[in-house]
Design a protein around this ligand. Structure first.
Ligand SMILES: O=C(O)CCC(=O)C(=O)O
Ligand SMILES: [Fe+2]
Length: 358
């Protein structure tokens, strides 16, 4: 039976659809009213500038000592000015990038019965979780489904909890995480060098196993179905990420970042990977690395897939700036004295506009 969701006056988290895709697949022509944002947040009434994009940095000469300095400086500049940038020349095969997005798309395309085992409370650290992104305490709903789980280091039994369908899911994600661990270590090294900090400064805070280079991280993939009222809704409403760094790929446009009061689209580029710094990096660098405000727009005719590796500080580190960032003229900006990342997350979850995963 075809059901028109808007006629059902479906609201809040109570409605029967566990996934936005399942709702769209019923052929709705209007979206439930609680997905309609207040006018001041609607994409049609906010300023976007499609002629600009975020900075792009070429990493290909990172092992040349002179070029390395220049690259490290441009990364710090991009992190300071934008909090988000794209990298190319990273050495990760385009084939693999494409495959990751494809495998995620295939996962989201599976019938709900194949994904039902992953339905559950989002934000729980253990085990993969699938479902629509829940609204946060501000009440704004996101037009998206998500799937997330921890990535290595994993115990063998944890790996067994990953999806068996699509068949190449596990191998593809394992291969991708290996590459992203390598890339993240390069980026953290460059930041450490540019800021003149002790080697491995950021990796130690992010809980990197020195022997393997693996970071404590989560893979979060998101599916943004087409939306019949795209100009009035959001794939994910404006927010900052609480975490350390996010390494992302997307198969279609949609991601936008707020810069000087204007939304700038982050154009997808098959050669590029997008890097952004979150609240924890902003605090650890006393405001030098920005945690940018971003959102995702949806379209009436096109869906979108993104895949994010979220690199998190260890839960028990103190969120405080390194002494090198604190000067007389620039005292500590974040005064959550002795607050751990765990405590920060707890407070963040109370105030953030949308619930995603840390
Ligand atoms: O899908 C994207 O490109 C970004 C998603 C995002 O901002 C988030 O999950 O925090
Ligand atoms: Fe985000």
């Amino acid at each position: 039976m075809t059901m028109i969701a808007s006629q059902q006056k479906i609201s809040g988290d109570n409605y029967k659809f566990k996934s936005i895709k399942a709702m769209v697949d019923t052929g709705i022509t209007h979206i439930p009213s609680d997905f309609i944002l207040p006018l001041y947040m609607q994409p049609r009434f906010t300023r976007s500038d499609n002629s600009r994009d975020v900075p792009t940095i070429d990493l290909s000469l990172v092992n040349d000592p002179f070029e390395r300095k220049r690259i490290a400086t441009s990364i710090v500049e991009a992190a300071k000015g934008w909090g988000i940038f794209k990298v190319h020349g990273h050495g990760i095969a385009e084939r693999l990038r494409k495959k990751v997005l494809q495998v995620m798309r295939e996962f989201f395309d599976l019938p709900l019965t194949d994904k039902v085992q992953f339905l559950g409370s989002q934000g729980e650290a253990s085990g993969p979780r699938y479902g629509r992104t829940r609204r946060g305490t501000t009440g704004h709903q996101s037009w998206r489904d998500q799937f997330h789980h921890r990535i290595p280091p994993l115990t063998p039994s944890e790996l067994e909890t990953w999806p068996e369908k699509p068949e190449s899911y596990r191998d593809t994600v394992l291969e991708w995480t290996k590459e992203i661990h390598k890339l993240s270590n390069v980026l953290f090294d460059l930041l450490t060098e540019a800021y003149n900090l002790e080697p491995r400064y950021f990796q130690d805070l992010m809980g990197v196993a020195e022997s393997t280079g693996e970071l404590d991280a989560t893979m979060l993939s998101a599916y943004y179905p087409r939306c019949p009222q795209a100009d009035q809704a959001s794939g994910i409403v404006a927010h900052t990420d609480p975490t350390g760094m996010v390494v992302a790929i997307q198969d279609s446009p949609g991601l936008e970042v707020l810069k000087d009061g204007t939304w700038i689209p982050v154009a997808p580029d098959p050669a590029c990977i997008t890097i952004s710094t979150g609240d924890a990096m902003e605090i650890l660098t006393n405001g030098s690395c920005k945690s940018c405000e971003h959102r995702v727009r949806v379209k009436e005719t096109q869906d979108r897939v993104s895949a994010l590796v979220i690199l998190k500080p260890s839960l028990d580190i103190k969120l405080e700036a390194a002494p090198a960032f604190i000067t007389k003229g620039d005292p500590t900006r974040f005064i959550g004295t002795n607050m751990t990342y765990r405590e920060y997350l707890r407070m963040f979850k109370d105030k953030r506009p949308e619930v995603t995963f840390d």
